[in-house]
Design a protein around this ligand. Structure first.
Ligand SMILES: Nc1ncnc2c1ncn2[C@@H]1O[C@H](COP(=O)(O)OP(=O)(O)O)[C@@H](O)[C@H]1O
Ligand SMILES: CC(=O)N[C@@H](CCC(=O)OP(=O)(O)O)C(=O)O
Length: 295
């Protein structure tokens, strides 16, 4: 017989009880990616996990993406998505749509899901409470043939330059769970589109978070035989990038993990967002389910 959602929740909850005090009063930043959002049942399970963290005395902060959803909206408006080095080339029209989708519909969808559990979520972006300031990203790429470095003009793609903890510290002492979209203003008055992984890393670093979780579409970092690696030091993670075991989209993700650890996060976990209740299974079980990266 298939287990119902409520039966599954009850079973996981019983297992979680012994571990619930481990992260009391600790900050856990969870990056919820656009690909993990597609399935309504998974979305509900995610919201109930975040609610349970809050009820257990943890300070959960959700940072979300929405790349595929931005792509779909741009498509509707007849605008083509273009990426360079994994980042969306963002002109003025595009940044308006990015803000509308990320800080608008997606942000409110996640807030509503968490609120449906009976908890209180509040939707924000970097602009709210002067939380995050960005500046134009300065990215370069190396031409593989000539080896010449080229500066990329990505338009309104930003890098975080400043995080002010005031609002997040205030919310940590309240009933509210912050849900943050990776959009931030520049000191120049422009609005910047920031990669959600990078944004989550900057927030977690500024708060010296105990854990930063990256929900993705694989169980974690896999070794050469496709087996999950349970724990990695920064040095081991770098070695896996250098020898090609870590490739593609996993490279910037692991690099973001390393940057977050350098910025003061105690441990970063890459885990499968497509597993129901993955947050609960990571935080409230003895060994977690993903790859833990530590200093
Ligand atoms: N060693 C590795 N372990 C796990 N995934 C890897 C590895 N090397 C490359 N990848 C790829 O990285 C992908 C995750 O990166 P990405 O698609 O950018 O994540 P997201 O869209 O969730 O931000 C995986 O789906 C996998 O194809
Ligand atoms: C600069 C840049 O590329 N920004 C991303 C922001 C959203 C994001 O990162 O969403 P996921 O986590 O779902 O990929 C974008 O425009 O798609």
């Amino acid at each position: 017989m298939n287990e119902s959602e409520s039966e599954m929740q009850a079973r996981l909850l019983a297992k979680a009880l012994p571990f619930m005090q481990r992260y009391e009063n600790k900050t856990i930043v969870v990056k919820y990616g656009g690909h993990a959002m597609g399935n309504p049942e998974l979305g509900k399970a995610f919201a109930s996990d975040i609610a349970l963290l809050k009820q257990s005395g943890v300070n959960p902060i959700v940072v979300h993406g929405g790349g595929p959803q931005i792509g779909a909206m741009l498509n509707k408006m007849g605008i083509e998505s273009k990426f360079e080095g994994g980042l969306r080339v963002t002109d003025q029209k595009t940044v308006e749509i990015v803000e509308m989708v990320l800080a608008g519909s997606i942000n409110k969808e996640i807030v509503a899901l968490i609120n449906q559990t009976g908890e209180w979520a509040i939707g924000l972006c970097g602009k709210d409470g002067n939380m995050v300031f960005a500046e134009k990203a300065r990215k370069t790429v190396k031409d593989p043939d000539s080896n010449i470095e080229r500066v990329l003009d990505l338009g309104f793609v930003g890098e975080v330059v400043e995080v002010d903890r005031t609002l997040l510290d205030l919310l940590a002492r309240s009933e509210m769970i912050p849900v943050i979209a990776p959009v931030a203003p520049g000191r120049d008055g422009a609005t910047y589109n920031i990669n959600a992984d990078t944004f989550a890393g900057a927030i977690a670093g500024a708060l010296n978070a105990t854990r930063l979780l990256f929900l993705t579409d694989v169980p974690g970092v896999l070794d050469k035989n496709g087996q999950l690696i349970k724990e990695l030091s920064v040095a081991e993670a770098r070695a896996l990038i250098a020898d090609g075991t870590i490739s593609g989209g996993m490279i910037p993700k692991v690099e973001t993990c390393i940057d977050a650890i350098k910025a003061g996060v105690q441990g970063v976990v890459i885990l499968n967002g497509k597993t129901a209740h993955s947050v609960l299974l990571e935080i409230f079980t003895e060994h977690g389910i993903g790859t833990l990266i530590v200093p």
